[in-house]
Design a protein around this ligand. Structure first.
Ligand code: ATP
Length: 443
């Protein structure tokens, strides 16, 4: 009874997509007083669920079994099929095919990974390693959270598996490695643990290695696992939120193993790269979000690519619901993840336009009907409204114009830009001025 309750409650708390993707073969193996043992198809899914759904699972077991209830996830026992290949071992018969098969997320590919200066090296190394296995071993890849490590190592896995479906690829977090080690130690099954991690895999990817700081016993086990795999020519990839040198409370010998192959870093993406990624996300979703909105978000987002992805998805959803999305919508629906424009944008735009058109700021906000001045004024209005999301009312106040007059000025520029290349050129120059100013202000 409680078993069904646990699963139905869990199903309510995750999205349909998550349920279908990650929980399709998730089951309750047993309940021991206030401890639940869940079972899942393989180690990769186990690692992923532990990492991403821990909070929800704790909540669910707490709600069904009472406060303080705990859980663990075990992966399903290996099933040996009759036609699987025997690869030898003197402790037990180890068959090759059904072991640790990792269903990688097929969405993570090299093709849909946007490459720019910040991640070019990491991409090259992983692609090379996929094309010529053994080129680099181990590979240590580090970056801040949400910058594409998992995407890259899964793209690597997908590439390898497409050429060799029997490949035994294991992805797990260092935390699941530790949890499993502790369980096997308690139950006296260390042989089984070593068997699995030292002999039954071709590629071992360990994520979030920094979690093992200060955990000496686990580090020792990892060290030996590492040596055995390395000596038998198996590929090891370690992901971390910092470089090997910055890993505190790690044994020197473990760190030196990490440094033995190649260490690559995914750096902080530029605004241009963030824009390219947002564009890719929109294209992949076959959606349509105006460039100026994506540019604004890329320029003002605080945080990782994961956060950018969430923001773009929100914009796409908004567009599909309301038919239109503008910079000012983005400002309001994404305010938690966008840095506010602290600089007084209107003054900056007037300064830049005054410089580019050779018209004083006073003239720009005056009623002068001089052709050049009027054009520069309308361009300023357009930039303020369309690119900086300022309200037409506020822009009206700056130029002492009515609300409809501002709207008509913006429309006029929009139309003119279709045919007048010089106008586009002027606008670009103003934007370059603004970027220069923003760069100076932040440095
Ligand atoms: N260069 C890129 N091109 C396209 N999408 C990317 C890129 N980098 C990251 N992403 C996307 O951003 C999201 C977060 O990336 P990912 O999970 O790989 O980050 P991570 O570095 O492994 O994070 P964590 O350290 O938290 O595990 C994913 O959805 C991924 O597809």
């Amino acid at each position: 009874m409680n078993k069904e309750k646990l699963l139905s409650l869990l199903k309510e708390k995750v999205s349909r997509q998550q349920w279908e993707h990650w929980f399709i073969d998730f089951s309750v193996k047993r309940i021991e007083e206030n401890h639940v043992v869940f079972e899942v198809g393989n180690l990769f899914i186990k690692g992923y669920i532990e990492k991403k759904f821990d909070k929800i699972l704790r909540k669910v077991v707490g709600e069904v079994l009472g406060p303080g209830a705990t859980y663990e996830i075990v992966d399903a026992p290996i099933s040996l099929s009759d036609n699987s290949e025997i690869v030898s071992d003197n402790v037990a018969l180890v068959r090759k095919k059904p072991v640790l098969i990792t269903p990688l997320n097929p969405k993570y590919t090299f093709d849909n990974f946007v490459v720019d200066e910040f991640n070019q090296f990491a991409y090259n190394v992983l692609l090379e390693a996929a094309k010529k296995p053994g080129t680099y071993n181990p590979i240590f890849i580090h970056s801040e959270a949400g910058m594409g490590k998992t995407h890259l190592v899964q793209a690597y896995g997908n590439y390898l598996l497409s050429n060799n479906p029997d490949l035994r690829y294991a992805y797990l977090t260092s935390e699941s490695f530790m949890n499993e080690l502790v369980t096997k130690l308690k139950t006296g099954n260390m042989e089984e643990f070593r068997e699995r991690y030292r002999k039954k895999i071709d590629v071992l990817v360990i994520d979030d290695i920094q979690f093992l700081a200060g955990k000496k016993g686990v580090q020792i086990e990892l060290f030996h696992t590492f040596n055995t795999l390395y000596e038998s020519g198996k590929q090891i990839i370690v992901c971390s939120d910092r470089s090997p040198k910055e890993l505190k409370e790690f044994q020197d010998r473990v760190i030196s193993r990490f440094q033995m192959g190649i260490v690559v870093q995914i750096k902080t993406p530029s605004q241009e790269a963030m824009y390219k990624i947002s564009k890719k996300i929109v294209d992949e979703e076959k959606a349509d979000v105006p460039d100026e909105v994506l540019e604004y978000v890329a320029r003002h987002l605080k945080g990782s690519i994961r956060i950018l992805k969430g923001a773009v998805v929100k914009l796409i959803a908004y567009k599909s619901m309301y038919g239109e999305v503008t910079v000012s919508t983005a400002k309001s629906i994404l305010k938690d993840v966008l840095i506010e424009d602290t600089r007084s944008t209107d003054h900056d735009i007037l300064d830049a336009a005054s410089k580019i058109f050779g018209v004083s700021k006073e003239e720009l906000v005056s009623n002068s009907r001089d052709k050049k001045t009027a054009m520069a004024r309308q361009l300023c209005m357009y930039l303020m409204v369309r690119k900086f999301g300022m309200s037409t009312r506020k822009v009206g106040e700056i130029f002492s114009k009515s609300h409809p007059a501002v709207i008509s000025a913006v429309k006029n520029i929009e139309e003119k830009m279709q045919e007048d290349k010089r106008l586009i050129g002027h606008m670009k120059l103003i934007e370059i001025e603004l970027q220069k100013k923003a760069g100076n202000a932040s440095s």
